[in-house]
Ligand binder design. Structure first.
Ligand SMILES: [Cu+2]
Length: 118
């Protein structure tokens, strides 16, 4: 259960740098951009999708082998293009559950009081 009590928000964590996903599970990535067109690419998995300002584009894949895979920007997007990369870590379900619990705990301890939007 997340800090606001919504069971549907348990996996709503913000990660920076590495993306961690469980092996043999479908993964949906919702892509968008704040500035120009970028392209999310995990070339070793044949995954590539543009990220376009003003749009949220879902793309999915199913990692079937544990390991670390390079994420790159496949669109020549500007001066900082060379530095746009990250790592996709594919781990066992048990390792993923542990990672998610750690991320949730970090989010709970770092957050201010929940905001009541009603
Ligand atoms: Cu780029």
């Amino acid at each position: 259960m997340d800090r606001q009590g919504d069971p549907n928000a348990v996996d709503d964590v913000v990660v920076q740098g590495n993306i961690v996903v469980p092996v043999n599970k479908d993964v949906i990535v919702h892509l968008t951009s704040l500035d120009v067109i970028h392209s999310f690419a995990v070339k070793s998995m044949r995954v590539c999708q543009d990220a376009i300002p003003g749009m949220t584009i879902p793309t999915w894949f199913k990692p079937v082998k544990e390991g670390e895979y390079k994420i790159t920007c496949a669109q020549l997007c500007g001066n900082s293009h060379y530095g746009m990369f990250g790592t996709l870590k594919v781990v066992s379900q048990a390792d993923y559950d542990q990672w998610l619990e750690e991320q949730s705990a970090k989010a709970r301890s770092a957050s201010a009081e929940p905001v009541d939007y009603e």
